[in-house]
Design a protein around this ligand. Structure first.
Ligand code: ATP
Length: 513
């Protein structure tokens, strides 16, 4: 097992052990690629959603939210192109009977080349010490350049073949690269086939009158079909945006990466309606704005990178991904797409209704262009959770497991702990909880020695522990301990609210954008 696998396993078991994520219907042995959020997970998920909503809707005068239904008229999905084109190329291994996404097999091969580059960098770093210039090394080292060129050529060919629906060439590529089934090593592959990712269901009681429906594979279409309703009732002027968070469903072929790739997941999407011709400017704007949102959480600039698309979806004229360094390498976290007027025009054609905006300044009507930002809430959850989980060596040769979730997102902001379960200390502690819970999610914990309680709160990611002891009885002060630094300070009970607020307040964090 590699270090990466090891770290990923730790993430998954920690998520279960500390009440963040459970397998769905676990007592029935689970359902593949479906997960439930537990008592702490639901809070973290909500805090991420709120952090996004505040930044996107509340802080932008020209962005409003909606909450469209998961079921939509089935023609929606004909118009959007999903019925005909929402496919993934799949390939089966004849020996192991395992199914894979052909493009992912190739991309993982390229990922291994990236890992080799990283190894070269690490080696050189060691060799050259302080004199090491990473950028220069990446630009000139022959071995690095060879890996880079090889990777780029492979991705280019893959992109072209997928674009031209040349599935035979995708298979040829897999064979030429000698790619084996990652689980068994077998190279006995079937041909590559297309597979539609939408889940179907039926609306209506009797079999004859039932209508075939799909569970939405993205939330975006609920925004497009409501574009004119929102624009008119909200008297919105272009440029303006409509944001939405909600469930989406995809019958993913490969689903072995915990909450990274789920069959039921949640998206946070924003469609920004703009004047045709201004798409490049807005593409750049949203690329930068979304990048800054990620950076505001302080999870390390090195953990993010952009990946511009070679292969564009049927609706896009430019696209980039914000990738994050997950435990299994850099993968897409968020997509930013310039969707042109494709969707609105398609809905005009299929519905026979006009979806145009009258521009008073230009005195003409047009179908707006659209810039989309689309992030998976579950993927963001995994990014935050996996990046926060660390094993720390302490001075006295012990280790502690700590979940350094950005305080603004932490499920519980503070735990209040009476030093002992007597002498009136629990009553004071409970009174502090009662007072603070108007403003924050707080926890009360009196079981076990205080050191063990600190460790438990560290592992669950609580930014503050507040300890009530015998001195509290005399002077109304408590000890406040900081999760990350483990620093402890004596403060007045009356000062607690402000101390906590300063560290967990959304404003303090978003101001860093
Ligand atoms: P991928 O290439 O990883 O399948 P995608 O390019 O199909 O993703 P989009 O259609 O752009 O993804 O969806 C927008 C966002 O929704 C993604 O950036 C991702 O964060 C999230 N997302 C997509 N599919 C899933 C899934 N199966 N499980 C969890 N999140 C997902």
């Amino acid at each position: 097992m590699t270090n990466q696998d090891d770290q990923f396993k730790k993430v998954i078991s920690h998520a279960k052990e500390y009440g963040y994520v459970f397998q769905s219907s676990e007592i029935y042995d689970g359902l593949s690629a479906v997960y439930d959020y537990a008592q702490n997970g639901v809070e973290l998920k909500k805090n991420i959603r709120d952090y996004w909503w505040k930044a996107m809707v509340q802080m932008h005068d020209n962005i409003v939210g909606i909450d469209a239904a998961i079921f939509m008229h089935p023609t929606t999905w004909k118009a959007s192109g999903h019925v005909d084109a929402f496919n993934d190329p799949l390939i089966d291994n004849k020996d192991s009977k395992k199914r894979y996404r052909a493009d992912v097999l190739v991309e993982d091969y390229v990922g291994k080349l990236d890992a080799k580059i990283e190894k070269e960098v690490k080696k050189a770093e060691k060799r050259f010490g302080d004199a090491f210039d990473k950028d220069q090394f990446l630009a000139t080292n022959p071995r690095v350049l060879k890996y880079k060129e090889e990777g780029e050529a492979i991705l280019k060919r893959l992109g072209k073949s997928l674009e031209n629906e040349n599935l035979a060439d995708v298979k040829a590529l897999i064979e030429e690269l000698d790619i084996a089934d990652p689980l068994t090593g077998s190279k006995n592959w079937t041909d590559v086939k297309q597979f539609n990712l939408m889940f179907g269901t039926k609306l209506g009681a009797s079999a004859d009158s039932a209508m075939d429906l799909y569970l939405r594979p993205e939330t975006a279409q609920g925004i497009f079909v409501n574009f004119l309703n929102v624009q008119k009732t909200g008297r919105m002027k272009i440029p303006f945006g409509i944001a939405q968070t909600g469930k989406a469903f995809r019958n993913e072929i490969v689903a072995r990466q915990f909450i990274f790739r789920m069959r039921e997941f949640e998206q946070m999407e924003m469609q920004f309606f703009i004047k045709p011709g201004t798409q490049q400017e807005w593409f750049d704007y949203w690329k930068e704005t979304r990048y800054k949102w990620h950076q505001s959480l302080g999870m390390g600039a090195d953990n993010y990178r952009f990946h511009d698309h070679e292969k564009l979806a049927h609706y896009a004229d430019a696209a980039t991904d914000i990738e994050f360094k997950f435990p299994f390498g850099f993968k897409e976290l968020e997509g930013i797409h310039s969707r042109t007027d494709f969707d609105l025009k398609q809905h005009e054609e299929f519905s026979g209704k006009k979806l145009q905006y009258f521009d008073h300044e230009e005195n003409r009507s047009y179908v707006p262009y659209v810039l989309e930002t689309s992030i998976g809430l579950d993927r963001m959850f995994l990014a935050v959770f996996s990046n926060s989980l660390v094993e720390e060596e302490l001075e006295n040769n012990t280790t502690r497991t700590v979940l350094k979730i950005p305080a603004v997102l932490a499920p519980t902001k503070a735990a209040v702990l009476p030093l002992v379960k007597k002498d009136g200390l629990p009553d004071i502690a409970k009174k502090i909880v009662d007072d603070l819970k108007w403003d924050f999610n707080v926890d009360y914990d009196e079981k076990d020695a205080v050191g063990r309680r600190y460790r438990r709160q560290d592992a669950v990611g609580t930014p503050f522990c507040i300890t009530v002891d015998h001195d509290t009885l005399d002077d109304n002060t408590v000890t406040i301990r900081h999760r990350d630094s483990m620093e402890q300070k004596r403060v007045k009970i009356s000062a607690l609210r402000d101390i906590i607020k300063k560290e967990v307040d959304v404003k303090e964090w978003l101001m860093k954008m």
